[in-house]
Design a protein around this ligand. Structure first.
Ligand SMILES: [Zn+2]
Length: 103
């Protein structure tokens, strides 16, 4: 199977371009740091999904592996505060990619 990992290097020209996010899934956009924070908040051990600890970046090996990680993330969304946390995390991430709202 092919392992899918996010590209880490973006040219400055592309980085600086203003962008718009056309479609994303909030619950699928959690950063590793946010998954770690929510795991701690809810006293959930992620080692069942990541036996060697949370990775530096999420990647997966096929759909079952993706689904296992995705559903772990979903299990951490329990309160309005959790939704606020992932929304703030996503907004911060999008800002680093120069994603803007329409004017
Ligand atoms: Zn979609």
């Amino acid at each position: 199977m092919q392992t899918v990992t996010a590209r880490t290097t973006i040219s400055p020209w592309i980085q600086d371009l203003p962008k718009v996010e056309l479609h994303l899934h909030l619950e699928g956009s959690m950063s590793v740091a946010t998954v770690a924070a929510l795991s701690e908040r809810h006293h959930v051990d992620p080692s069942g999904v990541w036996p060697n600890g949370l990775p530096e970046r999420f990647s997966f090996d096929g759909f079952p592996d993706f689904a296992n990680q995705f559903f772990y993330g979903l299990s951490l969304l329990r309160t309005g505060a959790d939704i606020a946390t992932i929304t703030e995390d996503l907004a911060a991430t999008l800002a680093t990619h120069n994603v803007r709202t329409p004017r």
